[in-house]
Design a protein around this ligand. Structure first.
Ligand code: IDP
Ligand code: MG
Length: 150
């Protein structure tokens, strides 16, 4: 089992797509083990997007993620990192396949609705930024054996 951090970004919350986004992740077979709504501080934005600090779009990214509340989700499942990113679609919604979250609901790379960690290392770091360990609730689901073989 893998864990990953998913954020419903400000555009997803403002456009009332939070439920849709969560539903798609759950239907994929992924399990939510932590959830909170928060307004991202400037400091948290800099920590979360630190890898992009030298990119030309960095300030816009920080301004956007701090502009309105988000929903942070800790998500667990088999190959959760890759599965969530497939369900999200490519970074640029114009290149994202129809059937993905970004491909179905987005038009602009700066308004792509959702964040998902891109590696096990980044998932661990990002989960720790948004959740304390005791805020993550691991629990068995009766239907899990109908989703994964092991
Ligand atoms: P990801 O969200 O698919 O992992 P990253 O390359 O990690 O994509 O970029 C982080 C976020 O920065 C993207 O989700 C997108 O909102 C924004 N971003 C990435 N590239 C650009 C760009 O060229 N212009 C504007 N915003 C960008
Ligand atoms: Mg990324």
């Amino acid at each position: 089992m893998e864990r990953t951090l998913i954020l419903v970004k400000p555009d997803g919350v403002q456009r009332a797509l939070s439920g849709e986004i969560i539903t798609r992740l759950e239907r994929r077979g992924l399990q939510i083990i932590g959830a909170k709504m928060l307004k991202v501080s400037n400091e948290l934005a800099h920590q979360h997007y630190g890898v992009h600090k030298d990119k030309p779009f960095f300030q816009g990214l920080v301004d956007f993620i701090t502009s309105s509340p988000i929903i942070a989700l800790a998500v667990e499942g088999k190959d959760a990192i890759e599965a969530a990113r497939q369900t999200m679609g490519s970074t640029n919604p114009l290149e994202a396949s129809p059937g993905t979250i970004r491909g179905d609901f987005g038009l602009d790379i700066g308004r792509n609705l959702v964040h998902g960690s891109d590696s096990q290392e980044n998932a661990a770091t990002e989960l720790a930024l948004f959740f304390d360990e005791d805020e993550l609730v691991s629990y068995p689901r009766d239907g899990q054996r109908w989703i994964t073989e092991s």
